[in-house]
Design a protein around this ligand. Structure first.
Ligand SMILES: NC(=O)c1ccc[n+]([C@@H]2O[C@H](COP(=O)([O-])OP(=O)(O)OC[C@H]3O[C@@H](n4cnc5c(N)ncnc54)[C@H](O)[C@@H]3O)[C@@H](O)[C@H]2O)c1
Length: 452
C-alpha cells in the first residue's frame, strides 16, 4: 500500500473512531430474538419508554440493537394499540417489563430504572421529563424539547438541579456524516470559504391525516385527562395549538438546529410568513406553509438563512444547504442527497488534497463550462458546478448513534451530543418563527434569550 493510500485510510478511520468516541457507537452486537435478558451487568442500563407511538417505536427498535439496554417498563395511554405493540416486541426480545398508562404510577412502582426515553407529544415533554429527572433518571427526550419556552426552561433547570443527563432528540448531532461535514469539510478543509447564506427545507405531499383501527379508541375520560379533545386530535396533535407547533417546529427544529451548529452562532433576528394555504383551519390550526429568514452575525461575517416547510407539495424533499464563496454543502439524513459543489473559479487542484485524503471524491462526467473567457463578465458556469461525493457513510439506523451517545454518556464514556442547553437554544430559535409570522414583524433575539 502506498504512503498516500495509508494516509487516506488512516485519516478516515481516525475520524470514524473519534466520531464513535463522540457517541456514534461502540461495538455492534444486536440483541437476538429469544435471548434471555439475564441479571444486570455493570454496564447495563434499565430503561423505561414513555410514549410508544410512531417515534417511540422507531427508538425502541434502534435500542434493541444496542448492547446493555434493558427495557423494564413501557408507559402509554393508548393501551389497546401502541402500548400493546411495544410490549409485544419487548416480550419477543425477552425484556421482562411492566406496562403502565400513567407515568406517575410507573415512577412510584419502578425503583430499578436508570433512564427514560420520552416520545410523547411535545406538550407533554416538560412534565414527563421533569418528573423523570426528579425521580433520579437520566432522560432522552424527543424534539421539539417543548412546545413552550417556559416548559423548555423548566427542563434545563431540572437537569441542572438533579445533575442527571438530559439529551434532546436532535439526532443529526450524533450522525457521523453531519459531524464529518462540520468538523472536516467546513472547519478543517474550509471547502466552503466564507459562508454567506444557508438554505433549507422540508416539503411534504398532501396527507389525509392519521386515523386509528376500529375498536382501539381510548376512553373519553383518559383522553381528556391527557389533554386531548377527541381521537382525531389525539392522532393529529402536531397541527393543534397548545399541543404541537406545526411543521415549522416539528420538522424545522431538526434543520434549524443544524444551522446554529454549523454556523457556530445563534441568530440575531427572524422574519417569517406562516399561512394555511391548503388545509382546513379547524383541524390544522398551525400554518401548513411557512417561510422564514434568519440573520446571523458569525465570526466569518453576516449570514442570511432561509428555511421553508410546505405541507401540500413534496418538491425537493428535505435538506440543508450551506452556501460559501468557494463551495456549497448539501446535507440531509438520506445519504443520496449529500454532496459538496466547487465554485467554478476555485481550481480543481485546490480541492485535490481533500480528495487524496479520502474526504471527498469528484463525480465523473460533468460538463465543463463552455465559455471561460467572457470579456467584461465573470466566467459563465455550466448548469451544475463540479460535484463531489462525501466519503463518510452512516450505516446505522438514523437514531441509533444518538441513543448510543446517550447510553455511553450515562456510562461516563462520552459527553452528550445534544444536552438540554443546546436543545433550549434550538427551541428559542425555532419557536420565534411562529411568533414572527403571527406578528408579521421582524423580531430580534438578544444573546441572553438563549441562556437559562
Ligand atoms: N427525532 C425524530 O426524527 C422524530 C420523528 C418523529 C417524531 N419525533 C418526536 O417524537 C414525539 C412523538 O411523536 P410521534 O410521531 O411518535 O407521535 P405519536 O402520536 O405517534 O405518539 C405519541 C405517543 O404518546 C402517547 N401519549 C400521549 N400522551 C401521553 C401521556 N400523557 N402519557 C403517556 N403516553 C402518552 C400516545 O398514546 C402515543 O402512543 C414528538 O415529540 C415528535 O416531535 C421525533
Amino acid at each position: 500500500m502506498s504512503g498516500r493510500k495509508i494516509e487516506k485510510v488512516m485519516d478516515r478511520r481516525d475520524f470514524l473512531q473519534s466520531a464513535a468516541a463522540a457517541g456514534a457507537g461502540l461495538v455492534f452486537s444486536p440483541m437476538v430474538i429469544g435471548q434471555t435478558v439475564t441479571s444486570k451487568k455493570p454496564d447495563d442500563i434499565n430503561v423505561a419508554l414513555i410514549g410508544a407511538g410512531a417515534q417511540g417505536w422507531v427508538l425502541l427498535n434502534a435500542c434493541l440493537l444496542i448492547p446493555g439496554v434493558r427495557f423494564k417498563a413501557v408507559c402509554d395511554i393508548w393501551t389497546k394499540h401502541n402500548q400493546k405493540r411495544a410490549s409485544g416486541l419487548l416480550r419477543k426480545y425477552r425484556h421482562e417489563h411492566n406496562t403502565y398508562a400513567d407515568y406517575r404510577e410507573m415512577l412510584d412502582k419502578e425503583k430499578d430504572l436508570d433512564a427514560a426515553i420520552i416520545a410523547t407529544p411535545d406538550f407533554w415533554h416538560a412534565e414527563h421529563t421533569v418528573a423523570c429527572l426528579e425521580a433520579g433518571l437520566h432522560v432522552y427526550c424527543e424534539k421539539e424539547m417543548s412546545n413552550t419556552l417556559e416548559g423548555a426552561r423548566r427542563m434545563v433547570q431540572a437537569a441542572k438541579k438533579t445533575g442527571k443527563l438530559l439529551q434532546i432528540g436532535h439526532q443529526r448531532r450524533s450522525n457521523s456524516r453531519y459531524i464529518f461535514c462540520y468538523e472536516k469539510l467546513i472547519k478543517q478543509a474550509k471547502l466552503l470559504g466564507q459562508i454567506t447564506a444557508v438554505n433549507g427545507q422540508w416539503n411534504r405531499a398532501v396527507n389525509a391525516g392519521l386515523g386509528w383501527p376500529k375498536g382501539t379508541d381510548i376512553d373519553p375520560e383518559t383522553l381528556k385527562k391527557s389533554g386531548f379533545e377527541s381521537m382525531e386530535q389525539f392522532r393529529n396533535w402536531r397541527w393543534y395549538k397548545g399541543l404541537g407547533g406545526g411543521p415549522i417546529v416539528d420538522l424545522g427544529s431538526h434543520q434549524i438546529d443544524v444551522y446554529n451548529w454549523f454556523l457556530d452562532a445563534r441568530p440575531v433576528s427572524v422574519m417569517a410568513s406562516g399561512r394555511t394555504n391548503y388545509y382546513n383551519k379547524e383541524t390544522h390550526q398551525w400554518h401548513d406553509t411557512v417561510m422564514a429568514i434568519y440573520e446571523y452575525e458569525t465570526s466569518q461575517g453576516p449570514v442570511s438563512a432561509y428555511y421553508q416547510t410546505i405541507s401540500a407539495n413534496s418538491s425537493q424533499g428535505y435538506f440543508e444547504s450551506f452556501l460559501g464563496t468557494e463551495g456549497t454543502l448539501v446535507v440531509s439524513e438520506p445519504a443520496s442527497r449529500c454532496a459538496v459543489f466547487r465554485e467554478w473559479w476555485v481550481l480543481e487542484a485546490a480541492w485535490a488534497k481533500w480528495v487524496n485524503k479520502g474526504y471527498i471524491e469528484q463525480e465523473e462526467g460533468l460538463d465543463q463550462p463552455e465559455d471561460k473567457e467572457v470579456v467584461g463578465e465573470i466566467r459563465v458556469p455550466s448548469p451544475q458546478p463540479p460535484k463531489y461525493k462525501i466519503l463518510v457513510t452512516m450505516d446505522e439506523k438514523i437514531h441509533q448513534p444518538h441513543l448510543e451517545n446517550f447510553f455511553d454518556a450515562i456510562r461516563g464514556r462520552v459527553k452528550l451530543s445534544c444536552p438540554a442547553e443546546i436543545g433550549y437554544e434550538t427551541a428559542v430559535t425555532v419557536l420565534k418563527v411562529n411568533e414572527a409570522a403571527e406578528k408579521g414583524q421582524k423580531l430580534e433575539f438578544k444573546p441572553e434569550e438563549f441562556r437559562v
